[in-house]
Design a protein around this ligand. Structure first.
Ligand SMILES: Nc1ncnc2c1ncn2[C@@H]1O[C@H](COP(=O)(O)OP(=O)(O)OP(=O)(O)O)[C@@H](O)[C@H]1O
Length: 505
């Protein structure tokens, strides 16, 4: 089926999120949509999926104008969406999730679980992957959960599939597997819209590339373009893809010293096993590894979000463990959590309120129990300008911002205080290339100002760009520490569990 969007305009108040957009997606092609944070990509997809009503324009499928009053209509017309934040119900099985929403379609009436199971197996066989129809979704790794989303879309015979930043939370291997699935779907005639901030992925799978900036289509790019060409089309200026940094100037001082840290999860598994490392003032220590090897728990233990079974973490000689989150923050620890929607932001609070969450004890902002609104707005406006947060203003609810701009709010808040320690986890997830450049520069600036920085990232490019030393975690342990310029091959092997001796680190 050929999909055509003609003259789509979508406004939120005075903001024009989509400005007369024309886009055609043909059967058997992967059409990548590139654009900076807040450019209007998700809005356009939500219009296409019937979630938003556009003020102007038409959606045509095989030349026939459509009117979608909700996702149900879009699905019935053959459009499927694989969401960035999974829409699955964690306590249901794979088959039950696939069945949901089929009340009026072919697994109708009796809620036909056997038919749903059969469908799961058939799709898994078709793509040569394994998914157990009876597994609980919450027990599955994210890469597999995403396959469930795809299986769900295909159970409704989707001929046009939208992938909205599907790789943001995947490991490199899961990403490769997903791209294999996308290619196979394309070869079978599905029309695919692919949204991502990762230029390498676009160049690898896209047949056509459309670039959106400030709600308008600004260019069609070729898949054989270079990363820099794509980056500057997106952002409208040249982008430094790798931040320039001087060798670290390690300041004499005690920094962070973690010794024998162990964490046991609620089921009794040891998820962090006797981890020790030091970070000096003025250096970036990256903790690299495939997601789920204990890195998250290390950062959460340091900030006070996770109880520990053993160990010590001293910042400038003072114990951090056993303190409350507030006490740790007040001790000058900046923390960018890996999932901004859980620990980083309060969606219903305004951008300004979110920017001051770590300043409740600051007399400049709060006096006699009340927030000084004018000071706060002024501060927030400054941060919005400085960090280029695309929002209608300080009073907009943070949940209304595009994903990448929400991340910039968290980064702006955490990097705007005098810090004794900075812990950043997946700092550029969902962030566009221009903003990655900016965030990387700010992290390096904190390091150059003498702050010890702990970076947790699953992105090797990010680790290599920022780290002075790299500790690799595997199954709860640090299996080696290598210099910041270690090769991707070395890091890849270590992330897969191989111990490699590099004395220099
Ligand atoms: N429900 C909403 N209410 C008000 N404004 C909104 C709403 N949804 C999106 N916006 C605004 O519309 C603009 C486009 O946002 P959109 O989410 O489409 O961007 P995007 O290109 O998908 O960005 P990202 O790459 O960060 O996900 C942004 O300025 C955003 O703040």
């Amino acid at each position: 089926m050929t999909l055509e969007l003609r003259g789509i305009t979508k406004r939120f108040g005075s903001l024009v999120a989509n400005d007369r957009i024309n886009l055609e997606v043909r059967p058997g092609e992967i059409h990548a949509l590139l654009g900076e944070n807040g450019a209007g990509k998700s809005t356009l997809m939500n219009v296409l999926y019937g979630l938003y009503d556009a003020e102007e324009g038409e959606i045509l499928i095989d030349g026939v104008p459509q009117r979608f009053r909700g996702p149900g209509d879009a699905m019935a017309a053959g459009i499927g969406m694989v969401h960035q934040h999974f829409m699955l119900i964690p306590v249901f099985t794979v088959a039950e999730n696939v069945m949901l929403g089929h009340e009026e379609t072919r697994f109708a009436g009796a809620l036909d679980l056997p038919a749903a199971r059969k469908h799961v197996r058939a799709v898994a066989d078709r793509f040569g992957f394994h998914v157990d129809p009876d597994a609980l979704v919450e027990d599955l790794p994210v890469g597999v959960q995403q396959r469930v989303e795809i299986i769900k879309a295909l159970s409704r015979d989707a001929k046009i599939l939208i992938f909205d930043e599907p790789t943001a939370v995947l490991t490199p291997q899961e990403t490769d597997e997903l791209m294999g699935i996308m290619r196979q779907l394309r070869d079978e005639g599905t029309a695919i819209v692919f949204i991502t901030h990762k230029l390498r992925e676009v160049r690898e799978v896209a047949d056509r590339i459309t670039v959106i900036r400030h709600g308008k289509i600004v260019a069609e790019a070729q898949p054989d373009s270079t990363n820099s060409e794509l980056a500057s089309l997106m952002v409208g200026r040249a982008v430094e893809l790798t931040v320039q940094k001087d060798p670290p100037r390690i300041v004499e001082g005690s920094g962070l010293a973690v010794t024998g840290l162990s964490v046991t999860d609620s089921t009794g598994h040891v998820v962090v096993d006797d981890v020790s490392f030091e970070v000096q003032p003025g250096e970036v220590l990256a903790i690299a590894g495939v997601q789920g090897n204990g890195q998250t728990e290390v950062t959460e233990a340091l900030i006070g979000l996770q109880s520990v079974s053993r160990g010590s973490a001293k910042l400038e000689g003072n114990e951090l463990l056993g303190r409350s989150v507030k006490q740790v923050i007040d001790a000058g620890v900046g923390f960018v959590p890996e999932d901004r929607t859980v620990d980083g932001l309060v969606g219903e609070f305004t951008v300004a309120e979110n920017l001051m969450l770590n300043r409740s004890g600051d007399a400049a902002f709060v006096s006699g129990g009340t927030v000084r609104r004018a000071t706060l707005r002024e501060f927030a406006q400054e941060k919005i300008d400085e960090f280029d947060i695309r929002t209608q203003g300080p009073d907009t609810a943070a949940g209304r911002l595009s994903g990448g701009n929400q991340q910039k709010v968290v980064i702006a808040r955490e990097l705007s205080r005098d810090l004794r320690l900075l812990i950043v986890s997946q700092p550029t997830r969902g962030v566009d290339v221009g903003s990655i450049e900016f965030i990387h520069k700010r992290i390096i600036a904190a390091r150059d100002a003498g702050v010890p920085v702990v970076l947790v990232s699953t992105e090797l490019d990010e680790v290599s760009a920022l780290a002075d030393r790299i500790a690799v975690m595997y199954r709860g342990s640090i299996i080696g520490v290598v210099p910041g310029d270690a090769s991707r091959e070395t890091l890849g092997l270590m992330m897969a569990g191989e111990r490699i001796e590099e004395a220099a680190a």
